[in-house]
Design a binder for this molecule. Structure first.
Ligand SMILES: [Zn+2]
Length: 321
């Protein structure tokens, strides 16, 4: 699936859902009307009445609507009584749409229905490389209590530190539409960096943004394949998504074995995203000074200049879980 076709896919899904609901209602109606032919006659009479009403109103007969209403109410009551006698709720032969707000059109007047964003998020989940992990790792399950309240080396406790990061992250998410969210999380492994990345991913996808997650290993593997082997069609598609997505998450930078060729590509990706004001989130297991050594000074200076930098501190949380 390509990001550009996501919208047309969603509208295709709506169309399919509408058709299913309408066909189901039609089938039910046919079954019921076969058992009670009078219902068909009533529908036909109501339809004739509306035509007459239209004609007489055009002629200027002001009593027409009243007469129409009386007759049609009588027919509707008869219809309801027949259905009731059969033990059938009268609404059952109406199509049952998944969303009663927009009747599965995705639009209310000229605005997107809330169900549209939900469908968009589902598509983005499929594209994001994250899938099921977001069911566990999200802000709803975020547990501050696993962070120690004992002051760490810098004098700040991991608990206060994560609270500070959490608040900044939430603020950046709320302002995502206006300001690119460029953040770098660094620190040892098991301190909650990837978890925080996943929380951010889910929150933004639920708000209708396209988030792409890539481990640094996969990202650099992809860049290498494209550079040296031209890459498969799927590689090229992924490469396009890397540039197009609203938020690119590069997780676990520093573990993939960078080289001078991938450094150039990495620098390009950063630059393109910064230039097009698209957000990038990086988690890295290196100290800041090591980033300059493993990658390059110009990558480090880009990161220091354009990213908000957060250190994750404390002891490996996974030992305590
Ligand atoms: Zn809707």
């Amino acid at each position: 699936m390509e990001i550009k076709s996501v919208y047309s896919e969603i509208f295709g899904d709506y169309q399919r859902d509408r058709k299913t609901a309408e066909e189901k209602a039609e089938r039910l109606k046919n079954e019921i009307y076969a058992k009670a032919p009078r219902l068909g006659e009533i529908d036909a009479q109501i339809s004739i009445l509306s035509t007459e009403l239209f004609r007489e109103s055009m002629r200027g007969d002001s009593t027409a609507p009243l007469r129409f209403r009386e007759k049609s109410n009588k027919l509707s009551t008869e219809r309801q009584n027949i259905l009731k006698g059969m033990g059938i709720a009268s609404g059952i032969i109406e199509p049952e749409y998944k969303c009663s707000l927009c009747n599965d059109t995705g639009m209310i007047d000229t605005k997107r229905c809330s169900c549209f964003n939900k469908r968009l998020a589902e598509k983005y989940y499929q594209l994001s490389n994250l899938g099921n992990i977001l069911k566990k790792e999200n802000f709803d399950n975020f547990n501050f209590d696993i962070f120690s309240k004992e002051p760490y080396k810098s004098g700040v406790s991991p608990y206060d530190n994560i609270k500070h990061i959490y608040n900044d992250v939430k603020g950046a998410i709320d302002d995502f539409k206006n300001t690119p969210m460029n953040m770098l999380f660094y620190g040892g492994s098991g301190l909650g960096k990837s978890y925080m990345c996943n929380c951010i991913a889910k929150e933004l996808m639920d708000r209708g943004y396209f988030v792409l997650y890539m481990s640094a290993y996969d990202l650099f593997q992809l860049l290498t394949d494209i550079r040296f082997n031209n890459g498969t069609d799927k590689d090229k598609e992924s490469h396009r998504l890397i540039n197009e997505c609203d938020l690119l998450i590069i997780d676990d930078l520093g573990t993939e074995g960078a080289n001078s060729a991938t450094n150039v590509e990495f620098f390009d990706i950063l630059n393109i995203r910064l230039r097009t004001e698209k957000s990038t989130l990086i988690s890295v297991n290196l100290s800041l000074s090591d980033i300059g050594t493993v990658y390059s000074e110009r990558i480090l200076s880009r990161l220091l200049g354009c990213f908000r930098i957060y250190e994750f501190i404390g002891k490996d949380l996974r030992i305590f879980q």
